[in-house]
Design a protein around this ligand. Structure first.
Ligand code: MG
Length: 386
């Protein structure tokens, strides 16, 4: 029921959640709250507000120019970190709603899940990991937490975005302690966060197939050796005998996603029922994740994943780009380290109190592909303007 002015309020959304969410979901009204207490919003729940905070962050906008697999200048068709993130958001929202989990929470975690990636995808991350050895290391999952907890500077009263505990917990794949007073983390993430992890996999397996075929690095003939692809390919050929190659590819990918999501929903609800999962702590302390594929689907997915690894991620063109990225990110890192006064003023200020390795690592991890390339030219090409 809307209030007298015709609007729905946060309290009404919260009441709606209590009526519709499963007992193992996390309703917004039961959030453990924010590190720096804030008053609630009149017409958005705390998780809806977190989702919006992530969208308005600087790190989120940068995802548009960060590599997923294909570097941005290779073409306009390919996924970037941003479009990958939006696909994860869409899949996670669908799964969460069908399982009566809190979709707002799953969506907020989805939008933030890749904020910590540096430029040039995993190769950029690998370069930072080896450069940071002995200096606290680098991990893109922990970096996402650093960004939302510290590095985004938007509010006068506190560092970071001051997100709710549940969104931060969802980003904490390595289960590090989130509080100043050590506290044992339960072995499993919340149902909402588990949904995001699997949605991430569903999204990249399928869009990497799509982009891999579009780029010509993957040959569709070779894919026919993979049982899952062959099975779905036959089904599509039966339904649309005269379909063109481009549409066939989309129809197969579409069906693959649908098939995996459907299996995931059926298996997860089976586990929830058979293990008598009633509340959040049952989810967190269950001996195995509650959100999972059936073993039959896992067996079908394995050769497809292996194929992607061999044919796409280990394709010589992808590996060459990755090695090139490592070389010039390392060169950037070493140049800044040699003389940190080359860093911009706002970053340089942090050097007074912090380890230069960490300051440089945060700076490079924040770069987009394009910014890193420009910066390399500025530092190393003699005729480039500064
Ligand atoms: Mg991802």
């Amino acid at each position: 029921m809307p209030t007298s002015n015709g609007l729905l309020t946060r309290k009404q959304f919260e009441a709606q959640e209590r009526r519709t969410l499963a007992s193992y979901a996390i309703p917004a009204c039961q959030s453990r709250g924010r590190r720096y207490p804030e008053s609630e919003h009149p017409y958005r729940t705390c998780f809806q507000r977190d989702r919006d905070r992530v969208i308005h962050s600087r790190a989120f906008r940068r995802l548009e120019y960060k590599t997923q697999v294909f570097v941005i200048h290779e073409g306009d068709y390919y996924r970037t970190r941003l479009t990958h993130t939006l696909e994860v958001f869409q899949i996670a929202g669908t799964i969460a709603r069908a399982l009566r989990l809190n979709a707002d929470l799953a969506e907020a975690i989805s939008l933030a899940h890749d904020l910590g990636h540096g430029p040039f995808g995993h190769s950029g991350g690998d370069a930072l990991t080896s450069l940071m050895e002995g200096h606290g290391g680098f991990d893109h999952n922990l970096q996402a937490l650093r960004i939302v907890d510290r590095l985004e500077q938007r509010y006068p009263g506190f560092p970071g975005l001051n997100l709710t505990w549940e969104v931060r917990e969802g980003l904490n794949k390595h289960r590090v302690c989130l509080e100043t007073s050590p506290q044992k983390m339960p072995p499993n993430l919340s149902g909402e966060a588990q949904v995001v992890n699997i949605s991430d996999e569903i999204a990249y397996d399928n869009h990497d197939l799509d982009d891999g075929i579009t780029s010509g690095l993957i040959q569709e003939e070779a894919l026919r050796e993979i049982p899952l692809w062959r099975q779905v390919g036959k089904e599509i050929a039966g339904r649309f005998p005269r379909i063109g190659a481009e549409q066939r590819k989309y129809q197969i990918i579409r069906r693959l996603i649908d098939l995996q999501v459907t299996d995931l929903l059926q298996e997860s609800i089976r586990r929830i029922r058979s293990r008598k999962i009633r509340g959040l702590s049952d989810v967190q302390n269950s001996p195995e994740p509650v959100i999972a594929f059936s073993s039959a689907t896992e067996r079908l997915r394995a050769p497809l994943k292996e194929f992607l690894k061999e044919e796409l991620y280990h394709h010589h063109k992808v590996v060459r780009m990755a090695e090139k990225a490592k070389r010039f990110l390392t060169a950037l890192f070493e140049a800044y380290l040699k003389n940190p006064n080359q860093l911009p003023n706002t970053t340089r200020r942090r050097l007074k109190e912090e380890d230069p390795y960490r300051v440089i690592c945060d700076y490079i991890a924040g770069m987009t592909d394009r910014y890193a390339l420009d910066e390399y030219k500025k530092l190393f090409h003699p005729f480039e303007a500064l």
